[in-house]
Design a protein around this ligand. Structure first.
Ligand SMILES: [Zn+2]
Ligand SMILES: [Zn+2]
Length: 336
């Protein structure tokens, strides 16, 4: 096993369990250092017992490199392979029925991996497509893409699709829902994207009536196909309470305008909460079981959303990412 491949796999597995960012970055940095140094030089340093002379290589990463060079599966890697497996729970059949993921990020915004690496991971997971939904410009902390950068990204996607066919990267965006319900990207750009996810990322504590109006305005937009992580809650760390809005009205709008409600698979989000998912089922909404992955290992999180959807008895035919790519794009285009 190449040391860089062992380190890369460790990064993947750490992301799969949402390990602490600092730890993931340490292994990612070691991987990049090893790649930049080259296999021959790494082997020479190992023979001389000097791996830790390299900046970015500490005792733990040096042990992984050494074990890989000695022809073993590094023990830490083997341990993670076993410990980080995601149990599909009741969602195994549904997971098998999903053909893609409609909410993913890349290094173009705040993701940790280039588009191609995310796409190759999706292929390895058996997907036929992935919708690339990097952030919109106002989300500056996440390096949201302005119109010009989005145009460049569309060119890059076109190029990658030439290489990755028959797999398809569908074009998209996670567009910010601004305070008045307007969308944070030009009409012209939104109209040419395959799939648009719209999410609230700012002023999450807005008063109930205002938040309801804001969300309904976005849901009613002909450009919006999927309402992302509707409550904005966070369950880990300091956490964040759900936004308050009139879910009956927002879901009525989703039903009226055929906007899908996202079942966000991120373990720290698990959005919508159970009681809202139950309510959404009463409105017979469409759903999208999406990972909101910011790293390759996180693309496996669909299992969580599938388990949740199965436990709630969501009909797979109402889940937009059980559709083939052409059907998904046609459904989304029907909104515009
Ligand atoms: Zn988001
Ligand atoms: Zn996102």
């Amino acid at each position: 096993m190449r040391p860089a491949d062992a380190l890369d796999r460790i990064v993947y597995l750490l992301d799969r369990v949402l390990a602490e960012g600092q730890k993931v970055r340490a292994f990612a940095r070691a991987r990049d250092v090893v790649e930049a140094t080259g296999d021959d030089e790494i082997a020479r340093l190992h023979a001389a017992g000097k791996l830790t002379d390299l900046a970015g290589i500490g005792p733990t990463t040096a042990r992984v490199i050494a074990e890989a060079l000695d022809g073993d599966v590094p023990s830490y890697l083997a341990q993670l392979e076993g410990e980080t497996v995601i149990d599909p729970g009741e969602g195994a059949d549904l997971r098998a029925a999903l053909r893609g993921d409609c909410h993913t990020h890349s290094t173009w915004s705040d993701g940790g991996a280039p588009i191609e690496k995310m796409a190759r991971t999706a292929i390895a997971l058996g997907h036929e497509y992935m919708v690339l939904t990097d952030h919109s410009p106002r989300l500056t902390v996440a390096h949201g893409l302005n119109e010009q950068r989005l145009r460049l990204q569309l060119e890059e996607v076109r190029r990658l699709n030439g290489e990755l066919a028959p797999f398809r990267i569908l074009t998209g965006i996670e567009v910010d829902i601004l305070e008045d319900g307007a969308l944070d990207q030009t009409e012209e750009m939104l109209a040419q994207l395959d799939v648009v996810v719209a999410s609230v990322h700012s002023k999450l504590r807005m008063e109930r009536r205002e938040m309801t109006r804001r969300m309904v305005t976005a849901v009613a937009s002909p450009h919006v196909d999927i309402l992302g992580h509707c409550t904005g809650r966070k369950l880990v760390g300091r956490g964040r309470p759900p936004s308050t809005f009139d879910a009956e009205i927002v879901f009525a709008a989703c039903a009226q305008f055929d906007t899908a409600l996202e079942i966000n698979c991120r373990p720290e989000r698990q959005d919508p909460p159970d009681e809202l998912l139950t309510l959404a089922l009463d409105w017979d909404l469409r759903f999208a079981v999406d990972t909101d992955a910011h790293a390759p290992g996180q693309m496996e999180w669909q299992a969580y959303g599938c388990d949740k959807a199965a436990r709630h008895g969501v009909d797979p035919d109402r889940i937009v990412n059980t559709m083939a790519a052409d059907d998904l794009v046609a459904w989304a285009a029907g909104h515009a």
